[in-house]
Design a protein around this ligand. Structure first.
Ligand code: ARG
Length: 400
């Protein structure tokens, strides 16, 4: 049965119309697959029924929320994963898990192809197809919007002509992608990078400029993984859901940036990731307390590399796997508590403690009784600056 294609189905206009389009263009039966990565908004069973009503021969829904948190978000926390130092990789993290289930469903249902609803202008097409290439190299990838040049007008026309059960809502001015790790908003008036975002575009975060009482929380990490909030044990998914609520209510995690896409375009992006920004801030600070200087400094370089690989769609690559081994090893002692004040759009660390802390009060104190032997500093600096001294003498001699 190789006359089947598995489509990553969101329930929206493009992928709903994509079912019929794929059938017409390829002659294949279309299996719709919808993945729950905590995007919320719509009931997954409604989405499944819509796929069938739009002509899918089968429709499967997969609840991948815990797996997404455990196997994709947790590594991102351990890696303090931020692309260009700011973007918490919201969409970049969800594509590999969706691709994994596309490949798995294709195998189970005897399909020879997968399909997705990406355009040809973004990173997501690359992420889907590069992940599928790494997991199931023989599967064919079809992108109806890109490959069959399907525009929104054509989609609306097709939906009306075939009476597809799609809400004929007014054209949303934005392109939105969301999951439990955050929300990405693009296009519309935001395409002018000088235009300020308006309150309307945000749904995960409240206006940070509204005066309100601060919220103080304590996050417990065990070897880099968030395991409790205010002393109450949580799974990674529960931690993210709870922090989205608490930090989102304080307007934490709004990001407005110009970003370098893999395909060479600079694009203006607005993100909200209340839990993401709070957890990464807290986790990084616990590392500052528990990881020795040279390892911490080296890890920051590995983190930048890790974020670029994930952004660029190389989640299932050899290099990414090896970096994960390194990052996991650094987390051995990253256990303890971080106190965070959520207020005015900021997640500010106000305290940190750990049984594995490297902070030595007796060494750090300026008070009498400190154990740091200051007399050793003089000789240390003498040797540390020796290469500078020797080369400076040479430079002066040759210039003079
Ligand atoms: N620019 C972000 C990224 O590449 C977000 C993409 C969001 N996708 C979307 N279809 N709106 O990860």
């Amino acid at each position: 049965m190789s006359d089947r294609v598995v489509l990553a189905y969101s329930g929206g206009l493009d992928t709903s119309v994509g079912i019929g389009w794929l059938k017409d263009a390829t002659g294949k039966e279309v299996v719709a697959m919808a993945i729950d990565v905590g995007q919320e908004g719509e009931d997954m069973e409604d989405i499944r029924q819509r796929a069938l009503a739009c002509g899918a021969v089968e429709a499967v829904v997969i609840d991948a929320r815990d797996e997404f948190a455990n196997d994709y978000i947790v590594p991102a926390i351990k890696a303090n994963g931020l692309y260009q130092k700011r973007y918490p990789l919201v969409s970049a993290l969800s594509r590999p898990i969706i691709a994994k289930y596309l490949a798995q469903t294709a195998k189970e249902l005897g399909a020879d192809s997968i399909a997705h609803g990406c355009t040809g202008m973004g990173n997501d097409q690359v992420r889907f197809e590069a992940a599928v290439a790494a997991l199931a190299p023989d599967l064919l990838c079809i992108a109806p919007i890109r490959d069959l040049a399907l525009t929104r007008d054509k989609a609306l026309e097709y939906a009306a002509k075939h009476n597809l059960p799609i809400a004929q809502s007014k054209k949303s001015p934005y392109s939105v992608d969301q999951n439990v790790w955050g929300r990405a908003v693009e296009t519309g008036f935001l395409e002018d990078p000088w235009n300020a975002p308006i309150e309307d575009i945000y749904t995960y975060t409240a206006d940070p400029s509204v005066p309100r009482e601060a919220t103080e929380i304590t996050i417990t990490f065990t070897q880099g993984v968030p395991t409790a909030i205010d002393g109450k044990a949580v799974t990674p998914l529960q931690a993210v859901v709870l922090l989205n609520k608490l930090a989102g209510a304080q307007g934490v995690g709004r990001i407005d940036m110009v970003e370098d896409r893999l395909v060479g375009i600079k694009s203006r992006e607005v993100y909200e990731s209340p839990a993401g920004i709070t957890l990464i801030n807290a986790h990084e600070e616990l590392e500052n307390l528990t990881i020795e200087r040279d390892l911490a400094r080296y890890k920051r370089r590995v983190e930048a590399e890790w974020a670029e690989l994930v952004y660029d769609g190389l989640w299932f690559s050899g290099l990414k796997r090896s970096l994960d081994v390194f990052i996991n090893d650094t987390q051995k002692y990253v256990s303890g508590e971080v106190r965070v004040k959520l207020h005015g759009g900021q997640a500010v660390i106000t305290g940190r403690r750990s049984d594995q802390s490297l902070y030595d009060f007796d060494l750090a104190t300026y008070d009498t009784g400190g154990t740091f032997d200051q007399s050793q500093a003089k000789g240390f600096i003498e040797i540390w600056s020796l290469p500078s001294k020797i080369s400076a003498r040479r430079d002066q001699a040759t210039q003079g």
